[in-house]
Write a new protein. Structure first.
Length: 352
C-alpha cells in the first residue's frame, strides 16, 4: 500500500512521517509524580513493543518528575498538557521529547509564544489533538459535530503555530465513532502534509475497543493515511501495544511473530482453543521473530492449509503432528505437542 507523503518530524530519535516506519504509542496510567511506578510501567511497555510513551502532566509535581523519568527510559517521552502553559514550559525544561498540547487552549498569545520559543529551541515537536471534547462553541455552532468541525478545529490550532514560525507539528482528529474518525482523517490528509497520529478515541473495553480500533486504524492505514498510532482501550496499556502490533503485522507494515489458527469444526478432535491459547502465551518471548506459527485442528488438512507457516502443529484424535513449511517432521501424543513445538522453534531461533 502506498503511503501518503507527510513531512518528517523527530520525537527524540524516532522519526515520524516521511515514509518512516509507523510507530506505536501508548500512555501510562500511573501517577506521573510516582517516578518509580511510571518508569517501571514504561519499561514493560517498551518490552512489549511500544515506540513512544506519553504521560499525563496534571500538575507541577508531575511536570517536575519528568526529568527523572526521562533519564531512566529508552523510548521518547511525550508530556500531555492541557490549559496550563507553565506545565508545558516545565516539561520542556525537564527534557521531554514531545508535547501533546492545543495552543489555542493555553491562554494568551504571549503564553503561546513562550511555549513555542522553548519548544523550537529544544527542537521538540507538538501534537495538536482534537476530539469531541475540545471543540469550541463557535466551531460547533458553525459545523455541528461533524468531521468538518474536527478538521477545522485542528487547522485553527495549526494556524496559531504556523504564524509563530513553528512547523514541527503532528495532528490527530479522533472520535469515538469509527466512521467519523475515518472521514475526519481523510479530509485532514487532503489539507495538510503534517504527519498524522491516528486512533479511535474512547474506543471502549478490550474486546469492543480492539474491534473498533482495528476497523478504523486498519481502514486508514490501507489508504496510506497515518504515521503513528495509539490504540485507546479501557485496559492495561500493554494490551494497547499488543493490539497495535497485531494491526501493523496484519497489514504487513511491521515484521514479527504471527500466529495463525483455524476455526473449530466438526472434524476437530483436539482441544484446539486451549492449545492455541497455550501457544500464543508460550511464544510471547518470540514476538520480534519474523516467523509464522500455525495451530491447526486437523492433522489431515492442517499442514497443507498452513504450508506457508514456518512451524506448525495439527491435532488428531489424542495425538498430533509437528510440521515445518508444510512438511511433517514428527508425530506424537497431544500432550507433547506444545513442548515439542517450542523446542523446535527454540533450537532454530534461540532467544537471548
Amino acid at each position: 500500500m502506498e503511503r501518503k507523503y507527510t513531512q518528517t518530524i523527530h520525537v527524540g530519535t524516532t522519526p515520524i512521517g516521511g515514509g518512516h516506519p509507523i510507530s506505536i504509542q501508548s500512555m501510562t496510567n500511573t501517577d506521573t509524580a510516582n517516578v518509580r511506578a511510571t518508569v517501571a510501567q514504561i519499561h514493560l511497555l517498551q518490552k512489549a513493543g511500544c515506540d513512544i510513551i506519553r504521560v499525563a502532566v496534571p500538575d507541577q509535581n508531575a511536570a517536575e518528575a519528568l526529568g527523572k523519568i526521562r533519564s531512566q527510559i529508552h523510548i521518547p517521552l511525550i508530556a500531555d498538557i492541557h490549559f496550563d502553559h507553565q506545565l508545558a514550559l516545565t516539561a520542556l525544561e525537564q527534557g521531554v521529547d514531545g508535547l501533546r498540547l492545543n495552543p489555542g487552549n493555553i491562554g494568551s498569545k504571549d503564553k503561546i509564544r513562550a511555549v513555542v520559543a522553548a519548544a523550537k529551541e529544544r527542537m521538540v515537536p507538538i501534537r495538536i489533538g482534537v476530539n469531541s471534547g475540545s471543540l469550541s462553541k463557535e466551531i460547533l455552532t458553525q459545523y455541528g459535530y461533524t468531521p468538518e468541525a474536527l478538521v477545522e478545529s485542528a487547522l485553527e490550532h495549526v494556524m496559531i503555530l504556523e504564524k509563530m514560525g513553528y512547523e514541527a507539528i503532528k495532528i490527530s482528529v479522533k472520535a469515538s465513532s469509527v466512521l467519523m474518525t475515518v472521514k475526519s482523517y481523510r479530509l485532514l490528509s487532503q489539507k495538510v502534509s503534517y504527519p498524522l497520529h491516528i486512533g479511535i478515541t474512547e474506543a471502549g473495553t478490550e474486546f469492543s475497543g480492539t474491534i473498533k480500533s482495528s476497523m478504523g486504524i486498519g481502514a486508514l492505514l490501507m489508504e496510506g493515511i497515518g504515521d503513528t498510532i495509539r490504540i485507546s482501550l479501557t485496559a492495561d496499556p500493554i494490551t494497547e501495544v499488543n493490539v497495535g502490533m497485531e494491526i501493523l503485522k496484519g497489514l504487513g507494515l511491521r515484521k514479527g511473530l504471527q500466529i495463525i489458527s483455524c476455526p473449530t469444526c466438526g472434524r476437530t478432535r483436539i482441544d484446539l482453543i486451549h492449545l492455541a491459547k497455550q501457544v500464543e502465551k508460550a511464544l510471547v518471548p518470540y514476538q520480534k521473530l519474523n516467523i509464522t506459527v500455525a495451530v491447526m485442528g486437523c492433522a489431515v488438512n492442517g499442514p497443507g492449509e498452513a504450508r506457508e507457516a514456518d512451524y506448525g502443529i495439527a491435532g488428531g484424535n489424542g495425538e498430533g503432528i509437528i510440521f515445518r513449511k508444510g512438511e511433517i517432521v514428527a508425530k506424537m501424543p497431544e500432550t507433547e505437542l506444545l513442548l515439542s513445538l517450542l523446542d523446535l522453534i527454540q533450537s532454530e531461533n534461540p532467544v537471548h
